[in-house]
Design a protein around this ligand. Structure first.
Ligand SMILES: [Zn+2]
Ligand SMILES: [Zn+2]
Length: 266
């Protein structure tokens, strides 16, 4: 279905380094990055431009904008978000999605990676010592920094002299630069989301053969292994084909660890 086709990848932050090699070798497609394609207009991490719509919507918009720009019928885009972990608010959490849109076959498939492995962080510092400490903590200089003061935003700060100069004026705000090319940890997360996309693309509908036959819905209530009460863990997952609607239910045979039980471990 994808062999020998050209997929346009909407990025200006070198995400092709994480996405293209795996997709090209797995499906025989050719990934093309449009030149002068400004993805910042869809939102920036440094907030000069707010993201339009939610994460998935933003990725979709990028993919269609790339198709509009270069033509073709196959597009890939990715979008990341950083937020406190839903269960452990002290831990920042990185969600990356990689979307594939195939207008020829009317397909949209989304790969995803959710991880607490991120250096996402910020701090206000008033001298180079404090800046240096923060820089060491976030994996500088492989991971670059953004320096924000009253007048300007300096992005992609990646060596100690630059950092020293940037904080010389007194109090500044430091942020991790989350753009993929300046953040190897994020680049890895994008590669993981791409692998998830590949897994979904390989899973085809048993009825019509369309790729992307994956979990569309879950029902919770896996019984506790001690008392049998329903827990919040997944009991049934339903795979559904977005093309023909064929669905397959999988009921878990397992029992939940009592640590998830509202009665045994309230
Ligand atoms: Zn189907
Ligand atoms: Zn129980």
């Amino acid at each position: 279905m994808f062999n020998d086709r050209v997929a346009v990848l909407a990025t200006m932050h070198r995400k092709e380094e994480a996405i293209a090699p795996i997709l090209e070798s797995e499906f025989g497609l050719k990934v093309q990055v449009p030149t002068d394609f400004n993805t910042d207009r869809f939102g920036t991490f440094t907030r000069e431009i707010a993201r339009s719509g939610d994460q998935l919507e933003a990725a979709r918009k990028k993919a269609f904008a790339a198709l509009e720009r270069v033509g073709g019928d196959l597009a890939i885009a990715s979008e990341g978000s950083f937020a406190p972990h839903p269960s452990f608010p002290m831990l920042p959490c990185n969600r990356e999605i990689v979307i594939l849109i195939d207008t020829l076959n009317d397909l949209e498939i989304v790969g995803e990676s959710i991880s607490t492995e991120t250096n996402f962080n910020h701090r206000t510092v008033s001298n180079y010592d404090e800046a240096y400490q923060f820089a060491m903590k976030i994996g500088f200089p492989e991971h670059k920094l953004v320096v924000i003061d009253q007048e300007k935003i300096l992005k992609g700060i990646g060596d100690f002299d630059q950092l020293k100069a940037a904080v010389s004026s007194g109090k500044v705000h430091l942020e991790t630069d989350m753009r993929a090319m300046n953040n190897p940890t994020r680049m890895k997360a994008i590669a993981k989301a791409t692998l998830d996309l590949i897994k979904k693309l390989k899973h085809c509908c048993p009825e019509c053969g369309t790729p992307g036959f994956t979990v569309a819905e879950v029902k919770r209530g896996l019984p506790c292994s001690w008392c049998g009460s329903p827990t919040d863990l997944i009991l049934v997952s339903v795979d559904r084909c977005s093309k023909c609607g064929f669905a397959q239910e999988k009921i878990s045979e397992q029992k939940a660890d009592p640590m998830y039980c509202p009665y045994c471990n309230p």
